[in-house]
Design a protein around this ligand. Structure first.
Ligand code: FAD
Length: 398
């Protein structure tokens, strides 16, 4: 097993967690990442790690204590407003909110999670500036990787695609492409919110703050670095993005998006977008079909968004990605394998993939359900009713 040559494509949460777990078991691997350097991407909101998946993977990687020092339990609260500024639900005031399963999910900034994993890896594990172009077979049992910078690396026994939504590795095992999920909008950030916008800071609170209208929302998340991550998203046809005439990278996109999508919101809610930093990003959210699978390949597999891209509305993407990494590490290490017939890596990979597809399908179904609650004709009222019903069901069961 120690002689296996393993390539991981993509240094996101899935790829880095896998690399760490393999190294901990003394199995070598190389991560090829398209970013030019560690901090090339500094965007992205706060992520909550769940005990049964993200936290479990960090525990096995020996990083749970470090995570606990960095994470913010106070970031777990949820507050929901209607577009007229009324509070529909506020967990930070001790009001009943989401059911018990949402407990113990502390938040960490995406960049902090990346640094935590990167700092734990052996030097030279990551090949930065290595964007995979394609995979080529080398004889019967080895694979070579071709990169857009002209480099080529060969003799790999296993290639793991952890290269996210638009995975290049996925195209080696499937022709399926992500589909538009029906949600588009503007990704913004309000930096240094406490010092600059006291009223907005109080409106958002310390956790997640959803301002939900009919089929639309201003979705805010407090980050550990004193900023607020904000998504101004709505249910929109695919062509809206290219035909609406808004340049989503221009500072005036903030006013144009507010005028086009959120005219009925209060002045305070609109100012969340209007006072955000000028470097906005337009986003269209894509997803792989629920239940996506591929024909098993003994030398190539996928994990994380590459295997099951889903929208962020159930807050599970990073957790499922890290659980994939954990289960794949088990399959490669072989420690969980007892039966004789599971001795070959290919059979263990197949077993891993079947388990991952099942988990991914359940999480993708939950994501679709939550997407329909975030973007509901009746706005936040539907989500508040959903949580009340879930609490009642929990009470009846206990
Ligand atoms: C707007 C938004 C908000 C989100 N919010 C949440 C949330 O609150 N909670 C949550 O759990 N999830 C959230 N998610 C989902 C979460 O970000 C993903 O599920 C998670 O990052 C998946 O991890 P990954 O490692 O599989 O992929 P990624 O994080 O996408 O990492 C893939 C890596 O591969 C690299 N790469 C890509 N192509 C190549 C290539 N050809 N060659 C080499 N490297 C390559 C990329 O640079 C990247 O570093 C959100 C997603 C979006 C879009």
């Amino acid at each position: 097993m120690a002689t296996l040559k393993i390539a991981i494509i993509g240094g996101g949460p899935a790829g880095l967690t896998l690399a760490k777990l393999l190294q901990k078991a003394n199995i070598g691997c190389k991560v090829f990442e398209r970013d030019a350097y560690r901090h090339a991407k500094n965007r992205g909101g706060s992520l909550d790690l769940h005990p049964e998946s993200g936290q479990r993977a960090l525990k096995e990687a020996g990083l749970l204590d470090e995570f606990k020092k960095l994470s913010r339990p106070e970031g777990e609260t949820l507050r929901i407003y209607s577009p007229d500024g009324n509070v529909l639900m506020d967990e930070s005031r001790g009001e009943p909110g989401r059911p018990g399963e949402f407990a113990n999910r502390p938040e960490i900034d995406r960049t902090q999670l990346r640094d935590l994993l990167l700092d734990s890896l052996a030097p030279d594990t990551i090949d930065w500036n290595s964007r995979l172009l394609k995979i080529r077979a080398q004889g019967d049992s080895k694979l070579a990787l071709l990169f857009t910078n002209g480099n080529e690396e060969g003799d790999f026994d296993l290639v793991v695609g952890a290269d996210g939504a638009w995975s290049k590795v996925r195209s080696s095992v499937s022709e399926t492409e992500p589909l538009y999920s029906g949600i588009s909008g503007l990704d913004c950030r309000i930096s240094d919110v406490d010092a600059r916008f006291e009223e907005l800071s109080a409106h958002v609170g310390q956790g997640m703050c959803l301002n939900l209208g009919s089929d639309k929302g201003l979705l805010c998340q407090r980050n550990g670095d004193g900023s607020v991550q904000l998504y101004a998203f709505a249910r929109l046809p695919n062509e809206w993005f290219s035909t609406c005439g808004i340049d989503f990278t221009h500072p005036r996109a903030r006013q144009e998006v507010v005028d086009a999508l959120f005219p009925e919101y209060t002045a305070l809610q609109k100012s969340l977008v209007l006072n955000s930093d000028p470097d906005t990003v337009g986003r269209q959210l894509y997803m792989l079909p629920v239940g996506f699978q591929w024909t098993h390949n003994p030398r190539i597999t996928l994990i994380g968004d590459a295997a099951h891209l889903m929208n962020p509305f159930a807050g599970v993407g990073v957790n499922v990605a890290m659980e994939d990494a954990l289960e794949l590490a088990h399959a490669i290490i072989g420690e969980k394998v007892e039966e004789e017939q599971l001795s070959s890596l290919s059979v263990r990979l197949q077993k891993f993939e079947v388990g991952m597809w099942k988990r991914a399908k359940q999480n993708a179904e939950a994501t679709v359900m939550y997407q329909n609650l975030f973007f509901h004709k009746r706005g936040g009222v539907a989500m508040v009713e959903h949580f009340a019903k879930r609490r009642q069901e929990d009470e009846q069961q206990n």
